[in-house]
Write a protein that binds this ligand. Structure first.
Ligand SMILES: [Cu+2]
Length: 388
């Protein structure tokens, strides 16, 4: 059967932010002075200082971000329940909210202002609240890049969004700086709520308020598509287990949080994140990657034997990493399993598939596939496999 066919034509990775070109160069000493003076003037003259809910005065933007290069809108919404579980998601529009949320992409040197609109009903937030004294709201807390207290996304700093309100968060992808010793911010990161339910956003995270962030350095390899894979509690991948982790339609697979699909040879990027309380190990069948910042080794460079090539990587809560692989490289099209390698986790349903189609976007004959957990319901009987 050749039902598997990817019809859409090389879309941008998810519906995240697109980078707006190369970061500006602004690094002569004279220029630095001017910038420093501008920062001061901006802070003092243009409302660059703001008073948080707590009453403290904080800078609005990190040093180096004179003004945002880009702005974007982000919406926190309530999604249909998963059984009895309340589900929330971030989206660049209320209609496209999902868990994980949109994949964010920045270039080092870029500064982005993200306005978060809280459309989650107060009653829903009340249900998720673990302590009646805790304020109702959602927030945006990010890992890896720079932000001030006003963009911390916590109750303590007053940087959250009550129901029906909006707030702008500023992220700065600080570049490397030899003078200060800054290592830069390029890497694979994530963002999440830090307020829903309690002071650490545990209920918000558990409900779906999280997403991936990649910060690139000029010259980094660009992928053809990006998938964010979040390993969490109760043997979950993106809060789903078993059959629910993979809802690809064989006739018309649409890339998304529950459909990891690519054509052979496409550069597929994974952003892998751990949430919750469990340790995991991330394993992808048939593909391996370099254990470097980008998960790649530069083409044309002599192979560095000091860089391990791996196909399995430990992942603790709050950890994130990423890599790129050429889909089906040397191994061809097929249904390549992606799972947690802690055996009781994979046995419990912590397993999904990367579907690699041929170059024309079709699944070659003989590659029928059914997930064990879907086999009974879907009536499929071929291609069953064990997840371990
Ligand atoms: Cu696991």
């Amino acid at each position: 059967m050749t039902a598997w066919r990817l019809t859409e034509d090389a879309p941008p990775p998810e519906d995240g932010m697109e980078t707006s070109g190369e970061p500006r160069r602004r690094r002569s000493s004279t220029r630095l002075l001017v910038v420093a003076a501008t920062v001061l003037l901006t802070l003092v003259g243009a409302g660059g200082l703001a008073i948080a809910r707590s009453g403290a005065i904080f800078a609005e933007r990190p040093e180096g971000c004179v003004k945002p290069d880009r702005t974007m809108q982000l919406y926190a919404v309530e999604l249909p329940k998963d059984g009895t579980q309340i589900r929330l998601g971030y989206g660049t529009s209320p209609q496209t909210a999902s868990y994980p949320g949109p994949t964010m992409e920045m270039m080092e040197g870029e500064c982005v202002a993200i306005t978060l609109h809280n459309l989650v009903p107060a009653a829903t937030l009340e249900q998720l609240r673990t302590n009646p004294a805790h304020p109702l709201g959602v927030s945006l807390h990010v890992h890896g890049v720079k932000y001030t207290q006003l963009s911390d996304g916590t109750v303590q700093s007053g940087s959250f969004v009550p129901p029906g309100e909006s707030r702008t968060y500023t992220w700065y992808a600080q570049p490397r700086n030899k003078k200060t010793g800054s290592p830069g911010t390029a890497g694979y990161w994530w963002y999440h709520d830090h307020v829903v339910g309690g002071p650490h956003g545990t209920q918000g995270l558990g409900a779906g308020l999280f997403g991936g962030l990649v910060v690139r350095r000029p010259g980094d390899p660009k992928p053809d598509r990006t998938y964010t894979v979040v390993f969490g509690d109760r043997q979950s991948i993106n809060l789903r287990r078993g059959a629910a982790t993979d809802t690809c339609d064989a006739q018309n697979p649409q890339p998304g949080p529950t459909c990891l699909v690519a054509r052979k040879g496409e550069k597929v990027e994974f952003i892998v994140v751990g949430i919750g309380n469990d340790m995991h190990t991330f394993h992808l069948h048939g593909h391996s990657w370099a254990d470097t910042r980008t998960g790649t080794v530069s083409n044309g460079e002599p192979f560095a034997d000091g860089v391990p090539i791996i196909d399995n990587k430990p992942l603790g809560p709050g950890d994130s990493f990423g890599f790129q692989v050429a889909a089906g490289d040397s191994v061809g099209p097929g249904h390549w399993m992606l799972h947690c390698h802690m055996q009781f986790h994979s046995d419990g349903g912590m397993s999904t598939m990367l579907h690699v189609l041929d170059e024309s976007g079709a699944m070659p004959p003989g590659h029928d596939h059914s997930h064990p957990a879907t086999a009974a319901g879907a009536g499929a009987t071929t291609g069953q496999h064990q997840h371990n």
